[in-house]
Ligand binder design. Structure first.
Ligand SMILES: *Cc1c(COP(=O)(O)O)cnc(C)c1O
Length: 219
């Protein structure tokens, strides 16, 4: 099937409150343009240089989401245009995003990444680190970032029961941290679910799915 067909088939199954991020990492601009022409406007990349190159070559009404792990020294390259940063997992990184956003005279929306998987390798905060971050004075004083939700990745396994448990855990953390709503904190987005597990993620309350290979094919 074509990229267009894949995309339209997936979109047809998504509830209206769920945003689809088309994960286009490693794929050429010609592939992304097929998705664009089929109506897709939100794209996710995991490398800043690749995302910036694609941003320069593609139409300006695209929303670029950074979904990968970020090094502080690279934040400046995406600060002028990035629409949402999914993988923020430290206060230090958040301070750097705030600094670069300020230089660009804007507020950058961010998701805090929560570690929900069993694997040690996946990045993210645990529940205690999340509440420490949200309660710190440093965070409360950041004016050029806004935490608009949480992001997480389930364990890479066939075990649906385990994946479901992890997604439910993330949803419960999301629900618990709804209040207070402040100038830089308003949790409305729950980014969970990829090609293999997005239906389950939606059942568990996801509002944003990040789908790559089911749209663009394997990498
Ligand atoms: C690559 C990637 C995805 C998409 O994965 P697929 O299995 O190809 O859908 C989603 N989220 C993150 C963080 C990724 O790095």
């Amino acid at each position: 099937m074509s990229i267009r067909e894949n995309l339209l088939n997936i979109k047809a199954t998504l509830p209206s409150q769920v945003t689809l991020v088309a994960v286009s990492k490693t794929k050429p601009v010609s592939d992304l343009m097929q998705a664009y022409e089929a109506g897709q406007r939100v794209f996710g990349e995991n490398k800043i240089q690749e995302m910036t190159e694609k941003c320069e070559l593609m139409p300006k009404d695209i929303e670029w989401h950074m979904i990968g792990h970020i090094q502080s020294n690279k934040v400046k390259y995406m600060a002028p245009y990035v629409r949402l940063i999914h993988g923020v997992d430290s206060l230090k990184l958040l301070e750097e995003i705030n600094k670069q956003a300020q230089k660009n005279n804007r507020v950058i929306n961010c998701l805090l990444q929560i570690h929900i998987a069993e694997e040690e390798t996946k990045f993210g905060l645990n529940e205690e680190e999340l509440s420490d971050l949200l309660q710190s004075e440093t965070f409360k004083n950041l004016r050029n970032i806004k935490i608009v939700g949480l992001m997480g990745m389930a364990t890479f396994t066939e075990n649906q029961t385990q994946i479901k448990k992890e997604f439910q855990h993330l949803k419960s953390i999301f629900d618990k941290n709804q209040q207070p709503t402040t100038h830089n904190r308003q949790l409305t987005t729950l980014s969970m679910g990829m090609s293999g597990d997005y239906q389950l993620a939606i059942e568990c309350g996801s509002t944003m799915v990040r789908i790559g290979s089911s749209i663009f094919g394997g990498r």
